[in-house]
Design a protein around this ligand. Structure first.
Ligand code: ZN
Length: 321
């Protein structure tokens, strides 16, 4: 009996040891899994928010993320220079802002859809403007008009394209050639040849060779300039100009602020390096020498015909800017 009892006790002890070790093992595994999941979440968040800037991660100017008002420090400077009321004594020059002109491949890319105009609609917009007697000029021309170098044509209008996407050469240029009209393309030189969405050197050269494109700069790496350090802002403004000028043997007179983001420091830099105009994303269709470094622009979207013409004639309340 004694022996049997011992055996039983031993078996029980063994079972207890096995049971407690598997319990311990499960607990350890559970803890490991929790730590692993937390680590994965943290690492994903880290990579999403802190991935070093790459050309493929550029966010274009949307209605939501772009600046729509004149910054306070610029307003103060304007008041010192000239009564802000003179801003309303302006030329009616609508500047249309485009990003993509293509038949979208990816229907689920909602951001691209918002910034896209289908090529057939783009062509209808040009036909609408031509039929209404508009004259297509470039941002460089507008600077020259402000400086009295060339006369103001009848009903001037500008087509501007931000970021330098591939469709500029493949889709936009053939349409511009068809109607023999000029446009301004704000190029990000740091993006050329670096990703499938941007123009290649050859494509940009082709645009320049057409003689229909005023090549403007849009910073080196599509950087938001408001509140940026002087050294970085200076690099982005000045180097974007020299990179384009040296590589393509052209003069670059026009500038556009990524996300329409600028302040008085940016204006000073843009002026100093020799740009004659700079485009903002502040809505409006009247321009004057006072806002030549924050030209107002409009997004034509899918409007054509009367709707587009009405939109271009709309008066934006200047004092609410
Ligand atoms: Zn841009």
């Amino acid at each position: 009996m004694k022996i049997k009892y011992h055996k039983k006790k031993n078996q029980q002890t063994k079972r207890t040891i096995i049971h407690s070790s598997s319990y311990f093992y499960n607990k350890q595994l559970f803890a490991f899994l929790i730590v692993f999941i937390i680590a994965v979440i943290y690492l994903s968040a880290f990579f999403i928010y802190y991935t070093p800037f790459s050309p493929n991660s550029v966010i274009p100017e949307t209605e939501k993320n772009s600046m729509k008002k004149i910054p306070a420090d610029v307003k103060i400077m304007l008041k010192k220079q000239t009564p802000i009321a003179s801003l309303s004594a302006t030329l009616h020059v609508p500047i249309l802002m485009y990003h993509y002109v293509e038949y979208l491949q990816n229907r689920t890319d909602t951001e691209r859809q918002l910034l896209n105009v289908n090529p057939d609609i783009f062509e209808k917009q040009i036909e609408t403007l031509l039929a209404d007697g508009y004259t297509f000029i470039t941002a460089k021309d507008l600077g020259d008009i402000f400086d009295g170098k060339i006369p103001l044509p009848t009903k001037p209008v500008l087509l501007t394209f931000d970021d330098g996407h591939w469709d500029l050469d493949t889709v936009v240029l053939p349409i511009l050639k068809k109607y023999h009209i000029k446009a301004t393309a704000y190029i990000v030189p740091g993006f050329i040849d670096t990703n499938s969405d941007s123009l290649t050197t050859k494509e940009l050269q082709n645009l320049i060779d057409s003689g229909l494109i005023d090549v403007g700069a849009h910073t080196v790496m599509h950087v938001s300039l408001k509140g940026e350090s002087l050294s970085k802002a200076k690099y982005e403004v000045n180097t974007s100009k020299t990179m384009l000028e040296q590589k393509y043997h052209i003069h670059v007179y026009s500038f556009a602020y990524p996300y329409g983001s600028f302040d008085q420091q940016t204006i000073t830099l843009v002026k100093q390096v020799g740009f004659t105009t700079a485009a903002s994303t502040i809505p409006g269709n009247n321009q004057s020498p006072q806002n030549r470094y924050f030209l107002f622009r409009v997004r034509p979207g899918y409007m054509t015909g009367k709707a587009l013409l009405h939109y271009l004639n709309q008066v934006w309340p200047i004092y609410k800017r």
